[in-house]
Design a protein around this ligand. Structure first.
Ligand code: ATP
Length: 305
């Protein structure tokens, strides 16, 4: 049967503005996404009998808690395959094999990445031939981050993150990621955000002009200063030790340091490869840090490989 293999990147949020909770339970977001060079792979092999299965293989290191990734219908890649099948009326099944490198529950949208990859891989393996635009419509139904992970590069995210628009950007950036020993539930961090803001007025979120200007200019120093994340207080309230991790990176001279999305992965911007190596070395002493990874961004979204 026909197989297709897709590589899909992780995302980071260069800024994450979070507004007051909406009636549907979601928070309006104003974010700038960047896709980074840390990839999961999803292989889809079509099957005649209509069954949909998934297996997850993880690199044997601390940052991939494969045991926490469901190997049943709760897996977001399976949900993506089912949605594509429902929309196209194809009667084939598929075996999905996921190679996980993106940290699980790390604030880097690994589950959404696998969903985006499964859409592209099944579209190819089943020969359903949906356009990229049609896949983006399905992606938005699967989760807030999924459309961006199809798209890749840099993009502004609005709505609850699912409406993406292009951003003028130059340059390639050197990142260091500090992975935590244990993931953090996105829902728990938003609940803590609501608790901390109860009784106060939360402003509508905005993408900072300084961040857009830094990206337009390809200015890493200005970008480092403009990085921001409205979920920081909530995530640090649940994981106080992350403050030390951020502090160690800043002391090592990072141009900017924030949590990735809802955390607990911490991001550090470096000026070049050697600088990234120095920061990575310093982070080795952070008690809350299970693993340190150097990466580059932006990179393309989910692609056949
Ligand atoms: P986000 O940044 O999108 O809020 P995250 O990166 O913090 O999410 P994920 O790695 O996407 O978190 O996983 C969140 C939860 O989703 C996991 O704990 C797991 O139970 C579930 N999940 C379902 N499918 C997958 C998948 N393919 N990969 C990882 N997690 C999955």
């Amino acid at each position: 049967m026909t197989s297709a293999n897709v590589r899909v990147p992780a995302k980071i949020n260069l800024c994450l503005g979070v507004g007051p909770v909406r009636d549907d339970g979601y928070h309006p977001l104003a974010t700038v996404y960047q896709a980074v060079d840390l990839h999961d792979e999803v292989r889809a092999t079509a099957r005649e009998d209509g069954e949909i299965t998934v297996v997850v293989h993880a690199d044997l290191d601390a940052r991939t808690e494969a045991a926490d990734v469901p190997e049943d219908d709760d897996n977001l890649a399976v949900k993506a395959a089912r949605l594509l099948r429902d929309r196209t009326g194809v009667d084939l099944g598929v075996d999905l094999a996921i190679r996980k490198v993106i940290p699980v529950a790390g604030g880097m949208a690994g589950g959404s990445a696998d969903a985006a990859a499964a859409l592209v891989a099944c579209n190819e393996a089943w020969g359903t031939g949906l356009s990229r635009a049609a896949l983006e419509v399905l992606a938005a139904k699967l989760g807030s981050d999924v459309p961006f992970l199809l798209h890749g590069g840099n993009a502004v995210g609005g709505g609850r993150g699912e409406t993406i628009s292009p951003v003028l950007a130059r340059g390639s950036y050197h990142w260091v990621f500090a992975m935590a020993h244990q993931g953090l539930s996105t829902a728990a961090v938003y609940a803590e955000f609501d608790r901390l803001n109860a009784g106060s007025t939360v402003a509508d979120p905005q993408v900072p002009d300084a961040l857009l200007a830094a990206l337009r200019a390809g200015d890493a120093v200005a970008l480092g200063e403009a990085l921001s994340n409205d979920l920081t207080e909530a995530a640090l309230s649940l994981r106080p030790e992350l403050e030390d991790t951020l502090e160690i990176g800043i002391e090592a001279g990072a141009l900017g340091a924030i949590l990735s999305g809802s955390g607990p992965t911490a991001l550090f911007l470096a000026s070049d490869e050697q600088h990234a190596l120095d920061i990575a070395f310093a982070l080795g002493s952070a008690a809350g840090c299970a693993d340190v990874v150097q990466s580059r961004g932006p990179v393309p979204g989910a692609r056949l490989s």
